[in-house]
Design a protein around this ligand. Structure first.
Ligand SMILES: [Fe+2]
Length: 265
């Protein structure tokens, strides 16, 4: 079974480059499940319902997000528009599971692929150098106790390399993959851990690489050079699609391979 996980779509440049490549990558690798982190799809800040629909139209099965989940208020009604047991698109947009209890949306989705394989996608957010959340490690333990699927993909949206590496080892042998998002720079450490969990510290952004992690570089440089606040806008130049391709046994959920993908124009 092949799982394509596409890293953080950033702005229109990110949406365009994913649209350009997703079809041939899916076909070339016989992809069974597509997961896309979409938290920066709307100009770098959050995702709107129409953009979520647009990304589902490209072939995504599940969308993950992160700390920008609440940036577009209209997404809240979209998340609330379906019950927990729904398989409709709004139910397949995840927010971090370890936020304060009772918030809109869900941090886990359990579905079935076209070929009949049960899978789960889990979204967690890190605690280090991030807004306050509940401990993602114990949250992961609690969530896994309730998941029946063998194929489980975790999007760990976190800043610190150490916290991400720790989550990889914490979940090794218990999930199919732990894939990092949020830092927007792909790391060259993809591997299958000894217990059969595919791991990469950060899958990297799908967006404009002539930028500072997606944002117009002049605007960010101005902030660093002057300390003055300013409005950040998404860059456009040198778009690349970054993704991880995970191969696993659908019966056990254990990964056998992970491949790093970066495709430009
Ligand atoms: Fe983020």
């Amino acid at each position: 079974m092949n799982i394509l996980f596409i890293g953080d779509i950033f702005g229109s440049a990110g949406r365009k480059i994913v649209r350009e490549h997703i079809g041939h990558v899916r076909q070339a690798h016989g992809v069974d499940l597509v997961i896309i982190n979409a938290e920066n799809a709307a100009g770098g800040f959050g995702v709107t319902p129409p953009l979520a629909e647009e990304i589902f139209d490209l072939g995504a099965d599940v969308l993950t997000t992160g700390n920008h989940i609440w940036d577009k208020r209209e997404l809240i009604d979209y998340l609330k528009s379906v019950p927990a047991n729904s398989h409709a698109r709004p139910r397949r947009v995840l927010r971090p599971a370890n936020l304060q209890p009772g918030l809109p949306g869900y941090g886990v989705y359990e579905g079935t692929t076209e070929s009949g394989v049960a899978y789960a996608v889990v979204q967690l957010q890190g605690c280090v150098f991030m807004n306050t959340t509940n401990d993602p490690f114990h949250a992961a333990d609690a969530l896994l106790a309730g998941i029946k699927a063998k194929v489980i993909v975790v999007d760990f949206h976190a800043e610190a390399t150490s916290e991400k590496a720790a989550m990889g080892w914490h979940l090794d042998g218990r999930v199919t993959a732990v894939l990092g998002t949020h830092t927007h720079v792909p790391t060259a450490d993809e591997r299958v851990l000894p217990g059969g969990t595919a791991y990469q510290t950060d899958v990297g952004m799908s967006g404009p690489y002539d930028s500072i992690i997606g944002v117009d570089k002049d605007l960010v440089l101005h902030k660093f050079l002057t300390g003055m606040p300013g409005k950040f806008e998404a860059a456009k130049g040198n778009p690349k699609m970054c993704a991880a391709l995970v191969t696993c046994d659908p019966l056990t959920g254990r990964a056998s391979a992970i491949q790093r993908i970066m495709l430009g124009e």
